[in-house]
Design a protein around this ligand. Structure first.
Ligand code: ADP
Ligand code: TYD
Length: 208
């Protein structure tokens, strides 16, 4: 990998619109890295903490939050995710464990950034000293039509962001964000419309 943090573990983030195949590819990558003898910790945002629970309630429509509240709650949840001393990202990386994270600040910049001041969301995340930059972000790219078909095939409940029009806006915002972060973050866009195995092979190649 070209970018490397100052800690012995590698920090890899998966992004994509809902249903892009992140969970599927994370599981396969975890298995591949473990076969190489690496220790791997898979984690996700929103986290399983109290702040993550509040976010899930809001995303599921159980409680109403403004976009700014959501954006700030994601930052709180992300800081906790980085620094908590029990199983935080920093702790894992320091122990030499590879961390694979399902969604990170790119999601805030794409989802909340589509609904409110994108610069504010960006600066809150990128300028926070307790939110670490990943070594690699893998964006699983799928059209909203394909992603909706996958979501409808596999799930009953829909979160507030899972509509075609919404996913189109979010995907376009992801592209804008990646343009802006060129030269700062290592971001690899992967065509996620192919077979599970083809996508996995490309991802393994990115880690060589
Ligand atoms: P995400 O975590 O991004 O929401 P999932 O990994 O849960 O996505 O995949 C969403 C659905 O699409 C699941 O039913 C999964 O089995 C299916 N799926 C994942 N990858 C592919 C693929 N490359 N081709 C076809 N179906 C896929
Ligand atoms: P997730 O549980 O990963 O769902 P999926 O498997 O469908 O991708 O994500 C939950 C939702 O949270 C998803 O719709 C995107 C949203 N989200 C944000 O809006 N901002 C963020 O910063 C993060 C991390 C997620």
């Amino acid at each position: 990998m070209t970018t490397k943090n100052d800690l012995p573990g590698r920090f890899i983030v998966f992004e994509g619109i809902d249903g892009a195949g992140k969970s599927t590819q994370i599981r396969l990558l975890q298995e591949a890295l473990q076969r190489e003898g690496r220790r791997v910790y898979c984690t996700a945002e929103p986290t399983e903490s109290v702040s993550g629970g509040l976010l899930r309630d809001a995303l599921g429509g159980v409680s109403m939050r403004t976009t700014c509240e959501l954006a700030a709650m994601f930052v709180l949840d992300r800081i906790f995710h980085n620094v908590n001393p029990v199983h935080g990202i920093e702790k894992m990386l320091a122990e030499g464990v590879d961390v694979i994270c399902d969604r990170y600040y790119y999601s805030s910049m794409a989802y909340q950034g589509s609904d409110t001041d994108a610069e504010w969301v960006k600066s809150m995340n990128l300028n926070c000293p307790e939110i670490r930059k990943p070594d690699l972000c893998i964006f699983l790219d799928l059209t909203p039509e394909q992603s909706m078909a996958r979501i409808e095939g596999g799930r009953v409940t829909k979160e507030i962001y899972e509509t075609n029009e919404r996913l189109t806006r979010v995907r376009n915002q992801f592209y804008r964000v990646f343009e802006e972060l060129k030269g700062r973050d290592r971001i690899e866009i992967v065509d996620a419309s192919r077979s599970i195995e083809e996508i996995h092979e490309e991802i393994v190649g990115l880690l060589q």
